[in-house]
Design a protein around this ligand. Sequence first.
Ligand SMILES: Nc1ncnc2c1ncn2[C@@H]1O[C@H](COP(=O)(O)OP(=O)(O)O)[C@@H](O)[C@H]1O
Ligand SMILES: [Mg+2]
Length: 310
Amino acid sequence: MSTLAESRAPAGRVHVTDVERTFATTDGARTVLRDLTLDVAAGEIVAVVGPSGCGKSTLLRLIGGLDAPTAGAITLDQQGVSAHDESTAIAFQEPRLLPWRTIAQNVAIGLPRGTRGRHAQARVAELLELVGLTHAADQRPREVSGGMAQRASLARALARSPRVLLLDEPFGALDALTRLQMHDLLLDIHRAEPSTIVLVTHDVEEALYLADRVLLLRNLHAAGTEPDRPRAKVVALGSSSGMGALGSARSHERTPDLAPAPRASDGSIARLIPVPGSRPRDRGARTFTDLRTSLLEGLGVHKLTIKENA
Ligand SMILES: Nc1ncnc2c1ncn2[C@@H]1O[C@H](COP(=O)(O)OP(=O)(O)O)[C@@H](O)[C@H]1O
Ligand SMILES: [Mg+2]
């Protein structure tokens, strides 16, 4: 008997309205996010990309209610978000499994409060099957591969049937082949349990393969930008291993001569790009590669690569 249908909550709508997040630091206040407005439709996948330190994780924490904006508002289905809300689940780059518990027990940790007995067992079994870990149910985290541990982490996040799934560079630590497999797994999961997904990634190709829209954030504190200047430029990151290495913190930061024109406002959003075509997408298709080039240019990478090779 499937427990999916009965335990599934409808996907949630997220509204981020005029959000600002300023942190107090030793040298004064530092605004990391500004004028950020974003509506995420129920069941939509939005990928968030941008230079290291531009506020991607901060945005995810705000949506998850783990942090509060200094200005503006964030709602999930018209309600203010809160860390105690079981409608939202978050997963990170590191699987963060409890080493002394089995894979199945780790997944069970994510179940909604009060889920016990056969119902709990059935739900865990179902999730393990969904992420292809049925055979590893009784193994400990140290006995499984990085990809398997990350699948367990995803299953744990899904256990509460979240209306919103927040993923912070979930595949960033995996090898390239495993990462490609995880992309298709995430799409399978989204079909089986269609929650709304906000995915932070440093991999432009991953963003375009998975998302309905890609949100490109700019770093309000890009090198060469005075704090009081009205417009921030996007930081350019050196890319050592081609397209996938945008977020690597190789600090080789320069402002490109021709940074993409900022919008009329000087807010955090550099661009919000709808990705055409339905999933699964053809990574070799012209529209896909054109968008990838455009996004990389938005990050200043393409231009730098050409310059460096010139
Ligand atoms: N709790 C905090 N206190 C002070 N500064 C913070 C805090 N959290 C994040 N920051 C700063 O905000 C900026 C954005 O951080 P983060 O959202 O983690 O960036 P990203 O995920 O895009 O790499 C960084 O400069 C970071 O140091
Ligand atoms: Mg981050």
